[in-house]
Design a protein around this ligand. Structure first.
Ligand code: NIG
Ligand code: FE
Length: 402
């Protein structure tokens, strides 16, 4: 099965060989059995041709930090925040992550699966062809296993590829409020072994933050996860510096995420250990805050930056990677090329998938966006208008605007 993309104005992709963004004009792209087999001119016959209408072609976006397994939205918190309450105040009053738990625990499997599936459709229509997705709104063994099972089920059934993460350490459920260490025991002694036996999750993530999991508790959980074969990653220093970035370095986490309040020492430790910084400017924006992560300082230290949405019902109800690219340019002061690389190739690195996805390179899986704009520069320029015409996943057209 050969599919050829013709009449392309510009192919924009990070190029791992030259370590730069390449933008070539007037080339064709050939896909054979789901993989990119040639980029060039006069590529010969194919079974099907798609006319790109003299527009831009890029790789599909990779979103390496999402929380799509929740039951209901928390728009009420958005209204409270614009009236002056902070995320932490709302959480302290019983809102926040804890208020999402009952819904996931009670939800019928099929109904929750359908809710997540609808969110995956939206990701795909916005050009995201692979996501990392976390459990973490059940916070009991049974409901965490159910959340991961839904992700595995949808990974089979839906075109989007899902990299699953166990995040039982997202908050302390109310029944453990008086003895948080007992919940850490449950995580290490019961939940992580059960998740490992279930065999779905690839990563283990912890919300390491003052008021949530301490560095010592996070270390214990990530170590138990590592012993069970789950690779560590971390929500680190989102609101306050708690030494989480240093822990990410110590644990050789693949990625430390958020980092709005990361310290110089934390950044130095990450640089030394080669931890990727996954930045989530959508969260800062959605919370109505202004203390964006210090992207330029991270880049100056040689740290690789990935971008993600952090899509979740509370702190960031945003699924659009093009919008995240705009925010990265405007607020993180990243160049368009840096932001585009961070949303494709570097985000694939943040989930260990860069050999297979994240760039338009011969031999890679054909995850491709065909745009309604002419060149790369127009992606952040369009901000919330997402001019995508077609999305191709593993060589199959999965979205078409008409
Ligand atoms: O990444 N920071 C921790 N977890 C989420 C928030 C989840 C929620 O509020 O429901 C985040 O921002
Ligand atoms: Fe998150």
């Amino acid at each position: 099965m050969r599919l050829k993309l013709v009449n392309i104005k510009e192919i924009a992709t990070y190029d791992p060989d030259s370590d730069s963004v390449s933008r070539v004009e007037k080339q064709e792209l050939l896909i054979t059995d789901g993989k990119i087999t040639a980029i060039g001119s006069n590529l010969g016959q194919a079974n099907t041709e798609i006319d790109c209408q003299n527009c831009l072609v890029t790789p599909g976006f990779v979103d390496p930090h999402t929380h799509p397994v929740f039951w209901q939205g928390r728009e009420i918190e958005f209204a409270r925040r614009i009236a002056g309450a902070t995320y932490q105040e709302i959480a302290a009053e019983g809102g926040g992550i804890r208020s999402s738990i009952a819904g996931v625990r009670k939800a019928d499997y099929q109904e929750l699966r359908q809710a997540v599936k609808n969110r995956l459709n939206r990701f795909l229509n916005l050009g995201t062809t692979t996501i990392e997705a976390k459990s973490g709104y059940g916070l009991s063994t049974e409901s965490e296993l159910k959340s991961l099972e839904i992700l595995a089920d949808l990974n089979e059934d839906h075109s989007i590829d899902i990299m699953p993460t166990f995040m039982g350490a997202h908050a302390f459920p109310a029944e453990y409020a008086d003895d948080p260490d007992q919940y850490v025991d449950l995580l290490c002694e019961e939940m992580i072994p059960a998740v490992a036996r279930q065999g779905i999750a690839r990563y283990c993530d912890v919300f390491c933050e003052n008021g949530y999991f301490s560095v010592a508790q996070s270390r214990r959980i990530l170590e138990a996860g590592s012993q069970a074969g789950l690779i560590p990653r971390l929500h680190a220093d989102e609101f306050e510096d708690s030494g989480a970035a240093e822990l990410a370095a110590e644990m050789k986490a693949v990625s430390a995420d958020h980092l709005m309040a990361v310290s110089g020492e934390g950044m130095n430790a990450m640089a030394k250990a080669g931890v990727i910084a996954t930045l989530l400017p959508g969260t800062t924006f959605f919370l109505g805050q202004h203390n964006y992560a210090p992207a330029r300082e991270l880049i100056d230290r040689g740290i690789t930056i990935a971008l993600a949405t952090d899509f979740n019902p509370g702190s960031c109800h945003i699924q659009s990677m093009p919008f995240i690219i705009s925010l990265a340019c405007l607020q993180l002061k990243m160049t368009i090329e840096e932001a585009f690389t961070a949303a494709t190739y570097n985000s694939a690195r943040a989930i260990g998938m860069e050999a297979k996805i994240g760039s338009l390179t011969v031999g890679k899986q054909a995850d491709v966006i065909i745009w309604g704009i002419k060149n790369l520069m127009e992606i952040p320029y369009n901000v919330t208008d997402i001019p995508i015409r077609n999305v191709i996943k593993s060589g199959q057209p999965v979205f078409r605007l008409d």
